[in-house]
Design a protein. Sequence first.
Length: 111
Amino acid sequence: MSEESEFVPYEVAAKIIANIVEEENVHEANKRVLTVYDHDEVELCWYDADEVEAEVMDLIEDKKDRDAIKIACVESIMHQIPKWVVEDLLKRKEKQAGECESNGKCGCSVD
């Protein structure tokens, strides 16, 4: 990663991250990104796939083993989730909870 940032502990990242998906970069043709999603399928952040792969290649014995590369990329990302991701997630959850309390439109049962 090119930006300096504080990261959350791996254990926190493991609780909030549901999926990391390789996708085409919508802003740049022929570029891949690794998009991080939470359990509500909301995008939390993304990483340049080529940069992450380059970071982990020294850890991979068989450089052609795509599964090993994917696993290493996911592990690398799990250790690099910025604190602002958690802060944004908490703000969104608080807003959703407030909307539920005020109008009951969240789908939860309100007594």
